[in-house]
Design a binder for this molecule. Structure first.
Ligand code: AMP
Length: 282
C-alpha cells in the first residue's frame, strides 16, 4: 500500500496507470468504520487498482460546525486500509488542496439546496468542489460511495454527468450496527444515553416502512409517526421527508421507489439516515 500526500504526485501516478486497468476510488474523511471498508472491499472486488482518500475537507463544514473536533486517527485508518489491501491512500493537506488565494468552486443548483443543503448552506458546494478536484487527481473509472449520504450521491451524479466527467458512481448499501444505527464517524460523539437516543432515526425509518407495507399511502401520517418516535427519544428533528430518489422532491403519494430521508440532532450531534420506503430493503 502506497501513501501519497502531494496532489501533484497523486496526479503523476494516476497518469502513469496503464490504459485498460480499471481504477476504483473511495473518497473518505477518515476515522474509518465498516461502512467505509465495505466500499473499499467493493472496489477491490471490481477494479484493478483501488485508491482511498482521507481528507477532512474544510470547505464542506459551516462556520459553526465540527471541523476542528471531527474525529481523526490516521494510524488506525492506515492499518485498516492495509488490512483491506487498498493499493493507494491519498491524504493531502488542506493547504495543498486549497492554496491561497483560492477561487474555483462547483455549484450544483437545485439538488444542493434541499434537505441537508437547506440546513447546511454551502455544504454541497464544498463537497462537489473537493470531489471534482479528487477525481481530477485520481482519474477513477468508478467512485464507490455510500447510500448513507443519499443526497450527496444525487448531487455528485448530476455534477459528473453535466460536467462531462466519465467517472461513474457505484452507490453501496448502508452498513448498520446490529441495533440498526447507521455507522458514521460522528457516532463517536454519542456517549452514554445519546447512543440509545440515536436509535430513533432507524426506528422511525423501520416504522415508516412498516406503515407503507401495511398499506398506508398518506405522507403526513407516516411523517407524524416518525416525528413522535424521534421526540419520544429526545431527538430534535431537522427534517423528515419522503422524496423521489432522483429529483429529491417531496412525494405527494409514496411509491415503491420513494426514499424516506431524515436528519436529527441528538444533543449537538447531527445524524442522517435514509432508506427505500419499500419494506423488503433496508
Ligand atoms: P465520510 O468519511 O463520512 O465522508 O464517508 C465517506 C464515504 O463512506 C461516503 O461515500 C459515505 O456515504 C460512505 N459511508 C459512510 N457511512 C457509511 C455507512 N454506514 N454505510 C455505507 N457507506 C457509508
Amino acid at each position: 500500500m502506497q501513501i501519497i500526500n502531494s496532489p501533484a504526485e497523486m496526479q503523476a501516478i494516476s497518469r502513469a496507470w496503464a490504459r485498460g486497468k480499471s481504477i476504483g476510488f473511495v473518497p473518505t474523511m477518515g476515522f474509518l468504520h465498516e461502512g467505509h471498508l465495505s466500499l473499499v472491499r467493493e472496489s477491490k472486488h471490481n477494479c484493478d487498482i483501488t485508491v482511498v482518500s482521507i481528507f477532512v475537507n474544510p470547505s464542506q463544514f459551516g462556520a459553526n460546525e465540527d471541523l476542528v473536533s471531527y474525529p481523526r486517527d490516521m494510524k488506525r485508518d492506515l492499518e485498516l486500509l492495509e488490512g483491506c489491501k487498498a493499493d493507494y491512500v491519498f491524504c493531502p493537506e488542506a493547504s495543498d488542496m486549497y492554496p491561497k488565494p483560492y477561487h474555483s468552486w462547483v455549484n450544483v443548483d437545485g439538488l444542493s439546496e434541499v434537505l441537508c443543503g437547506a440546513s447546511r448552506p454551502g455544504h454541497f458546494r464544498g463537497v462537489a468542489t473537493v470531489v471534482l478536484k479528487l477525481v481530477n487527481l485520481v482519474k477513477p473509472d468508478y467512485m464507490y460511495m455510500g447510500e448513507k449520504d443519499f443526497q450527496q450521491v444525487a448531487v455528485l451524479n448530476t455534477m459528473l454527468k453535466e460536467l462531462n466527467v466519465l467517472t461513474r458512481i457505484a452507490s453501496c448499501p448502508i452498513v448498520r450496527e446490529p441495533d440498526g444505527l447507521a455507522m458514521s464517524s460522528r457516532n463517536t460523539y454519542l456517549t452514554g444515553e445519546a447512543r440509545q437516543q440515536a436509535l430513533c432515526l432507524s426506528k422511525a425509518i423501520f416504522n415508516a416502512k412498516l406503515m407503507y407495507k401495511e398499506g398506508c399511502r398518506n405522507v403526513n401520517s407516516i411523517i407524524t409517526e416518525c416525528q413522535s418516535i424521534i421526540s419520544s427519544h429526545g431527538g430534535e428533528t431537522d427534517y423528515i421527508k419522503i422524496v423521489n430518489p432522483n429529483t429529491l422532491l417531496e412525494e405527494l403519494i409514496p411509491k415503491d421507489d420513494s426514499r424516506i430521508i431524515l436528519a436529527v440532532k441528538i444533543g449537538k450531534t447531527r445524524l442522517i439516515d435514509n432508506a427505500s420506503i419499500t419494506p423488503d430493503t433496508l
